[in-house]
Design a protein around this ligand. Structure first.
Ligand code: NAD
Ligand code: IPM
Ligand code: MN
Length: 364
């Protein structure tokens, strides 16, 4: 009998529910076409959960995640909760920690048809194909936070083991790709960065000498990313630097709305989410680009559910829809979030037909 894959949906806040609804429709289309079976359970997280129960990560949500095979998350946060004593973002940090998701994989590929939408020149961004491996459960995000009468502190702490396990992911990924790791730190100032650099260097010598390794300081990396992004393959970095560099890198492809991510740990389930936030400025207006979430669902099919053909089909359908001109407002188009999802689903269906039966389709 075909296995039913259990998927926990965490729509969250702002545009989160809009992009998750589209990703679910795409998964349903995959299911109808390939026979892969999915069952869904939806749970509150972030501001929506604070409103319902006062807790950004209710126990029922965590339990729902733990009994699933994969978790698909929209986004959390928004101005409504910016001054609340408990923030929506705490729910996201808590679920990452509780599921042990120490490696956040953020691939960034530039679709040729979208290169002109990047704020950077086409000749700089075309053919970019890099992946940021961001450490996700350590550093200043999780260190002790203090508030004093006239000062505040965030402790940034990394253990050798935390660095080793995420560096291993980066080296293995590089071996399966173009064979290069760029490790990004601030070793000229931060002690955690000096430990980071020593640890990555030792692992390289001991176990990964076949992979090319370079170390780059984070401030310079921010510059190199917009000057010569094609030179990078796997970019390995700590939590905070990875957060910042990945939003910057997303613009190489034209919009933050395109970028997916996979957060992986020692065991299942993984968590899959676009890198963008709840986009309060466009929420509730069917304006969000759902591609980052749809591609996150494809990463879930590939990495956690083992459905490689299905993942390939979703990624191809996204490219095909873009190549036929489907564009949301962030890319200068007039497609709504739903309409963009429908365009992707149409391509999925078209690809399933034998070549002679495919209908020519044109978008706007
Ligand atoms: P944001 O990513 O929400 O938005 C930044 C800009 O990008 C906005 O102009 C927005 O309209 C645009 N944008 C984002 N996603 C888009 C999409 N799918 N399609 C089209 N345009 C899109 O970042 P922000 O405004 O700094 O943060 C808003 C809230 O989201 C904050 O509360 C923040 O903490 C939260 N946040 C959550 C996550 C997450 O849940 N993973 C990630 C980042 C930020
Ligand atoms: C992201 C977000 C989160 C982060 C916030 C909302 C906690 O910016 O997923 O990139 O900083 O990790
Ligand atoms: Mn971020």
């Amino acid at each position: 009998m075909t296995k039913t894959h259990k998927i926990a949906l965490l729509p969250g806040d702002g545009v989160g529910p809009e992009v998750i609804a589209v990703a679910r429709d795409v998964l349903d289309a995959v299911s109808a076409q390939t026979g892969a079976r999915f069952s869904y359970s939806a749970h509150l997280i972030g501001g929506a959960a604070i409103d319902a129960s006062g807790d950004p990560l209710p126990q029922t949500t965590l339990a729902g995640c733990l009994e699933s095979d994969g978790v698909l998350l929209g986004a959390v946060g928004g101005p409504k909760w910016d001054r609340a004593s408990v923030r929506p973002e705490a729910g996201l940090l808590a679920v990452r920690k509780a599921l042990g998701l120490f490696a956040n994989i953020r691939p960034l590929r530039v679709e040729a048809a979208l290169a002109e939408h990047s704020p950077l020149k086409t000749e700089i961004v075309e053919d970019v194909d890099l992946v940021i491996v961001r450490e996700l459960t350590g550093g200043a995000y999780y260190g002790d936070k203090r508030r004093f009468s006239d000062s505040a502190s965030d402790l940034c702490i990394y253990s050798t083991g935390e660095i080793e396990r995420v560096a291993r992911v980066a080296f293995e990924l590089a071996r399966a790709r173009y064979g290069k790791v760029t490790s990004v730190d601030k070793a000229n100032v931060m002690e955690t960065s000096r430990l980071w650099r020593e640890t990555v260097t030792r692992m390289h010598v001991e176990s990964y000498a076949d992979v090319k390794l370079e170390h780059v300081l984070v401030d310079a990396m921010a510059m190199h990313l917009v000057k010569r992004p094609r030179d990078f393959d796997v970019v390995l970095t700590e939590n905070m630097f990875g957060d910042i560099l990945s939003d910057e890198a997303s613009m190489l492809a034209g919009s933050i709305g395109l970028a997916p991510s996979a957060s992986l740990g020692v065991s299942k389930p993984g968590l899959f989410e676009p890198i963008h936030g709840s986009a309060p400025d466009i929420a509730g207006r069917d304006l969000a680009n759902p591609v980052g979430t749809v591609l996150s669902a494809a990463m879930m099919l590939r990495y956690t559910l083992g459905l490689t053909k299905e993942a390939d089909a979703v990624e191809a359908a996204v490219s095909d829809a873009i190549n036929r001109g489907a564009r949301t407002a962030d890319l200068g188009g007039s497609f709504g979030c739903r309409e963009m999802g429908d365009a992707i689903i149409k391509e999925l269906h078209a690809a399933a037909l034998p070549p002679g039966h495919r209908m020519p389709m044109h978008w706007g």
